[in-house]
Design a protein around this ligand. Structure first.
Ligand code: NDP
Length: 276
């Protein structure tokens, strides 16, 4: 396995690098929590931030980026098109509104948050236009299962660079991972910590003890060793650091297999296979 570090990136299908580890911000609210979390993350060394219109914290995140003093081009910033903003013109407007709230003039990655039936191809055309106009360096989708991707691949001019989906040992989407790999689409894992739900699993705790790491670190490292980008969320300074301290060990092949076997189809937010 290649040696990974905090600065490691994965090259997307258009040559742009995405940092392998980013900070998630869902439920980090706009009243200062998201701002403090992002400031802390940037201080610790994160250079990749995941937000969405739907998280209602873009203003806070923009403020944190400004206040950090870190040059904009050193930060990989993702936002997402919400379900009520689908359609060609509405998508363009929603993108601009996200830029305005974030106080930036481009995004590194803009994702369709959810495969909304009927309108998602029109929305993709809008993302292609934003990409062609240099408003976002990469474009992608989220919560797309294989059927959604097959539909898009038939219709698109630009193949999505990223598909962000829930991915953890408890939801090991092996077939989707390989489908994406075969089509040059990078998988990105959300809810890698199962939103905290499985952190007391004795089998997981046993593996963490063996490596002298925390259960959260094992879950993050498992994602990375599948060559999947990962965006654990924390608003707590200690845990923001803890979640980044995953580069001084590696999980053995046997233990990777063991973790793979934890799969039980656990969706902690929603199940995108319900979207026709
Ligand atoms: P995670 O799996 O990242 O878990 C976050 C929860 O775990 C929080 O309650 C956090 O609490 C806690 N936590 C964080 N670190 C630790 C730790 N080291 N030990 C114990 N508990 C910890 O869930 P998310 O659903 O937030 O997923 C991550 C990100 O992915 C989101 O924030 C968002 O950016 C994105 N996402 C995208 C979705 C999509 O549809 N595209 C859907 C869901 C998420 P605390 O903050 O107090 O540390």
């Amino acid at each position: 396995m290649i040696q990974l570090n905090f600065q490691s990136g994965i090259t997307l299908n258009n040559g742009i690098q995405i940092p392998i580890l980013g900070i998630g911000t869902y439920l980090a609210n706009n009243g200062g929590e998201a701002k403090n979390a992002v400031l802390k993350a940037l201080e610790v060394g994160y250079r990749h931030i995941d937000t969405a219109m739907m998280y209602h914290n873009e203003t806070d995140i923009g403020a944190a980026i400004k206040e950090s003093g870190i040059p904009r081009e050193e930060i990989f910033l993702t936002s997402k098109l919400w379900n009520s903003d689908h359609g060609f013109n509405k998508s363009l407007d929603a993108f601009q509104a996200s830029l305005d709230r974030l106080q930036v003039d481009y995004l590194d990655l803009y994702l369709i948050h959810w495969p909304v039936p009927d309108l998602r191809i029109d929305s993709w055309r809008a993302l292609e236009k934003l990409y062609a106009n240099g408003k976002c360096r990469t474009i992608g989708v989220s919560n797309y299962m294989q059927n959604h991707l097959e539909e898009l691949l038939k219709a698109c001019d630009i193949i999505p660079m990223v598909n962000q989906v829930e991915f953890s040992p408890y939801l090991y989407l092996h077939d989707l991972l390989h489908f994406c790999r075969n089509h040059d689409i990078q998988l990105e894992s959300y809810s890698p910590l199962t939103k905290g739900r499985m952190l007391n699993d004795p089998a997981l705790i046993a593996i963490a003890k063996k490596y002298g790491k925390t259960v959260a670190q094992i879950l993050i490292r498992w994602v990375l060793q599948h060559e999947v980008v990962v965006i654990p969320k924390s608003s707590n300074a200690d845990r923001i650091y803890e979640n980044s301290d995953v580069f001084d060990f590696s999980i053995s092949d046997n233990d990777m297999e063991l973790l793979n076997s934890f799969h039980k189809g656990l969706h902690t937010s929603w199940d995108p296979s319900t979207a026709p």
